[in-house]
Design a protein around this ligand. Structure first.
Ligand SMILES: NC(=O)c1ccc[n+]([C@@H]2O[C@H](COP(=O)([O-])OP(=O)(O)OC[C@H]3O[C@@H](n4cnc5c(N)ncnc54)[C@H](OP(=O)(O)O)[C@@H]3O)[C@@H](O)[C@H]2O)c1
Length: 267
């Protein structure tokens, strides 16, 4: 890609995407510019990625052909009023914020913009993000192709209707946190049995990665994959019975629905 990619906000999500894009080779560090509020973050962006990092949002907006809005949702009004006159009519704006609808962002810019609303997740840094995209009516096919090339460079992405965005936040935007809890809990149990902590994380995390790949690559129903691990009268079914008794599934469903509701409340 020969475009300049800008990021307003250089925190966890922007850092994961910048790292993912650079690692994939889709764009070079010279094609990237990011902003942040504090000098600490700016220095860290320069050191980690070798990209240009400045405090001036207007300058980043002027330079970018593709401009990510990656600040916290409550800052959108302030940031957009700062940069709206620096954005060109052909600039592609990509928002990754929870709760900021296409309509809200268009209204804040007070002019015709090309806009992609996206929801990635932080595994972008490891090249394994799951992202959802939707576009406004001014976006061209080439804009969508550019956005998909970026999001595919650090994982997988799908186009969804905007009404699905809150659901996406629950199932992929926030869900890495639930999985980290699960990995930590499995590792704790192994440590309780005497396994060294670092080794326990490796065993737990690789098992989650392997199970996820089995679902994606074999396209077999997760229930059938679970059945294949549970030998009659064996060890695994003992664990599965306790997980069911203690409500793992209903805990996950309730937690994820609370996450989706919070996202709807932000809108
Ligand atoms: N974290 C996730 O897993 C995730 C997943 C999907 C979507 N998102 C979305 O991504 C967005 C950012 O979330 P995050 O988790 O990356 O937050 P974060 O780590 O707190 O990053 C926010 C960044 O915005 C910068 N910032 C604050 N005020 C600014 C200003 N006036 N001008 C320029 N930059 C400013 C901060 O700079 P300093 O570091 O200098 O304070 C920080 O680098 C949110 O809208 C969130 O909904 C996050």
């Amino acid at each position: 890609m020969d475009k300049m990619i800008g990021f307003i906000g250089g925190g966890n999500m922007a850092g994961a995407m910048i790292g993912g894009i650079l690692k994939s080779g889709l764009a070079a560090k010279e094609q990237m510019i990011a902003t942040a509020k504090t000098e600490n973050t700016l220095r860290s962006l320069r050191e980690r990625f070798g990209i240009t990092a400045i405090a001036d949002n207007k300058e980043a907006a002027r330079q970018a052909d593709i401009l990510f809005l990656a600040v916290k949702p409550y800052l959108f009004g302030e940031i957009i009023s700062q940069i709206k006159d620096c954005v060109r009519s052909e600039t592609l704006i990509i928002s990754v914020a929870a709760g900021q609808t296409i309509e809200k962002i268009e209204t804040a810019f007070e002019k015709k913009i090309r806009l992609v609303r996206a929801m990635p997740n932080t595994p972008a840094l490891a090249g394994e993000a799951m992202s959802a995209l939707c576009t406004n009516e001014n976006c061209t096919e080439a804009d969508l192709a550019d956005a998909m090339a970026i999001f595919n460079s650090f994982g997988k992405c799908e186009v969804v209707p905007e009404t699905m965005m809150d659901t996406v936040i629950g199932v992929s935007g926030s869900s890495p946190a639930y999985v980290y809890l699960f990995i930590e809990a499995m590792a704790d149990a192994a440590v309780a049995d005497g396994m060294p902590r670092a080794q326990a994380y490796k065993f737990a995390a690789q098992s989650v990665l392997g199970a996820a790949k089995m679902v994606l690559e074999t396209k077999t129903h997760p229930g059938a994959l679970k059945d294949a691990v549970c030998s009659p009268g064996g060890t695994t079914i003992e664990a599965v019975a306790i997980l069911e008794q203690q409500g793992l599934r209903s805990a996950v469903i309730s937690a994820q629905r609370a996450c989706v509701q919070k996202s709807r409340d932000l809108t």
